[in-house]
Design a protein around this ligand. Structure first.
Ligand SMILES: [Zn+2]
Length: 96
């Protein structure tokens, strides 16, 4: 059977079963290796004010949040994009 992707769209290998995670947007249960992990740094201070405070040497706490997003939601949100056949083989780190 022809394969669309070498890793079948996930990073499991020959591992067998793996734990499920919930998509933060639609709530679907998806295998951990198939989910897209989006990490963001969040600050509670207004970005413009934060920039000024940093200039003056203030230390502002930032928090890191991790979200799991399923492939369908990741494509509709623009986190990952549909790629051409040849481009699909390139392995690039996830941005955003
Ligand atoms: Zn989803």
């Amino acid at each position: 059977m022809p394969k669309k992707r070498k890793n079948r769209g996930r990073g499991k290998g020959g591992k067998g079963k793996e734990s499920l995670v919930q998509c933060e947007i639609c709530g679907a249960l998806i295998p951990r290796s198939k989910a897209k992990k989006v990490t963001r740094r969040i600050s509670f201070v207004d970005p413009q004010l934060e920039k000024e405070l940093r200039k003056k040497g203030a230390i502002i706490p930032t928090y890191t949040t991790t979200r799991y997003v399923c492939i369908r939601c990741a494509i509709s949100l623009g986190i990952v994009k549909v790629r051409a056949k040849e481009e699909r083989k390139k392995r690039e780190p996830l941005r955003v």
